[in-house]
Design a protein around this ligand. Structure first.
Ligand code: 3PY
Length: 328
């Protein structure tokens, strides 16, 4: 079958197809005719009928009514990554289009990122690195003491597949693990990682040395952690966020970090991303911020493309869909 006869996939990546890593393009080309947004806009008449799927790679595009209306044969939007808070699921569902994501591919790398942030913040790695490259011997001693992760209490908010993998890793650090989640995990799953369920999030906040946020962003989790929740945390505690920036009230976090209501924060996600250069969070010392690199590994990105392709082919061939996002 020639490339032109394959089902069309509209590629929404940073910089179009060029933004999709070279070896991923090969993977996609085996099954699809790749169409960039530029090509689509230049040749809408011919291409609109051809496009059966949209592949979102390493970006958070707006898919609006206009675009959906211009793609009469669109069957599936495949998001690489697990979070789909950038998509208007209600609108998409009215077009009978399915949405898929890639929970399998992202869970190890995102859990690793959570651990890396926790360890880096506890042991003040970023500050240490800055001192090592520009030694300031006066401040080298007591001022630079970190805290131990080993034996400390970790509170995980959101115990989906990423949260559970964080718990697995934390077990190896002899951490006491608490978790809060809409649904309690099975007893054997809790026992396997030694996790204790906290029905009330408040109990977890009060008892944890490290609080890690691993929830999806939904109307229910928007600003889940605000002034009240930060004040419930120990003054020695650290907040780690690997979910979405808007799960935390950032103004309240700035205040809490300035006033030492909590010890520190380590964030892989903020709102907006990136933060404007004059943002108050960037002026604080007791914070680490990374640029949303939860899944930024060679392995995870490749697996994300593989998982997205499997999802798209399943939809187009009427097979069971491995990772379909519930649109309700
Ligand atoms: O998978 C996602 O949605 C992520 O943001 C991982 O960091």
């Amino acid at each position: 079958m020639g490339d032109q006869e394959l089902p069309g996939v509209l590629i929404l990546g940073v910089g179009g197809v060029e933004g999709v890593l070279e070896n991923h393009v090969g993977l996609l080309k085996k099954n699809f005719h790749l169409i960039t947004m530029k090509e689509f806009l230049e040749n809408k008449k011919e291409l609109s009928e051809k496009i059966k799927s949209i592949f979102i790679f390493e970006c958070r595009p707006t898919i609006d009514r206009g675009l959906l209306e211009s793609l009469p044969n669109l069957k599936v939007i495949a998001n690489s990554g697990v979070g789909v808070d950038h998509l208007d699921l209600k609108l998409i569902s009215t077009f009978g289009v399915k949405v898929t994501n890639t929970p399998q591919a992202v869970s190890d790398s995102t859990a690793d990122t959570g651990m890396a942030l926790m360890l880096a913040s506890a042991r003040r790695l970023v500050e240490g690195c800055q001192i090592a490259v520009a030694p300031d011997t006066e401040h080298f001693a007591v001022d630079w003491l970190g805290v131990e992760v080993t034996g400390a209490t970790l509170g995980i908010i959101g115990m989906g597949s990423i949260g559970y993998k964080v718990a697995k890793r934390a077990k190896a650090f002899d951490m006491k693990i608490l978790y809060h989640n809409r649904n309690r995990r099975k007893e054997e799953e809790e026992q396997a990682v030694g996790a204790i369920y906290c029905k009330k999030m408040e109990d977890l906040l009060q008892q944890s040395d490290f609080v890690m946020l691993v929830v999806n962003l939904t109307p229910q989790t928007h600003k889940l952690i605000g002034k009240r929740e930060l004040e419930l945390m120990k003054p020695t505690a650290t907040l780690i966020n690997i979910s979405r920036g808007a799960v935390v009230d950032q103004d309240a976090l700035v205040e809490a970090l300035q006033n030492k209501v909590i010890r520190a924060a380590a964030l892989d996600v903020t709102y907006p991303e990136p933060l404007p250069r004059n943002h108050s969070l960037l002026k604080l010392k007791n914070i680490i911020i990374t640029p949303h690199i939860g899944t930024a590994t060679v392995q995870a990105t490749y697996m994300m493309t593989e998982e997205a392709i499997t999802n798209m082919l399943a939809v187009l061939n009427g097979l069971p869909i491995p990772s379909e996002v519930c649109l309700k």
